[in-house]
Design a protein around this ligand. Structure first.
Ligand SMILES: [Zn+2]
Length: 143
């Protein structure tokens, strides 16, 4: 294509490598199937969530994907009653931090629970949602 690449095109290429979209593809593909997976460092065994291209513990760059399961336990939460303008259509919502089976913690919206019934320690499930345009995301729902 470009026989005489300019600095500009090399910069673009570098940026693509800096943003590890390809390395997190597996996460999004699994999520579409309702599975929560993340990265396990091949060097030190550290499991990260959300997925990390480089191990935060040893900076290793080799990893494998592990299934984190979908069982979780509510650790803490915030009921948001005055919603930001961008979420106005959603009404009040709950943001939760829950501990996964592996002990890792994840942050997500909590759906399908009456606010009065939400208590730390309650059993949750991770569920995939379709954000449209092929952009899945995950939420917690009561188990
Ligand atoms: Zn590591």
């Amino acid at each position: 294509m470009d026989e005489n690449p300019q600095l500009h095109s090399r910069r673009t290429l570098n940026l693509r490598f800096d943003i590890p979209i390809s390395k997190t593809q597996e996460f999004w593909e699994a999520l579409k199937k309702g599975k929560l997976v993340s990265t396990k460092c091949m060097k030190c065994g550290n499991v990260s969530f959300p997925p990390q291209a480089d191990c935060p513990k040893c900076m290793g760059g080799e990893f494998e994907w592990v299934d984190l399961g979908t069982d979780a336990t509510l650790v803490t939460f915030t009921h948001v009653r005055v919603t930001p303008a961008s979420f106005a259509a959603n009404g009040p919502y709950t943001i939760a931090i829950a501990e996964l089976e592996s002990g890792l913690k994840a942050l997500a919206w909590l759906e399908g629970a009456e606010q009065q019934s939400v208590k730390p320690g309650m059993k949750l499930k991770v569920a995939a949602r379709d954000g449209g345009e092929g952009n899945p995301y995950y939420v917690f729902v009561p188990a």
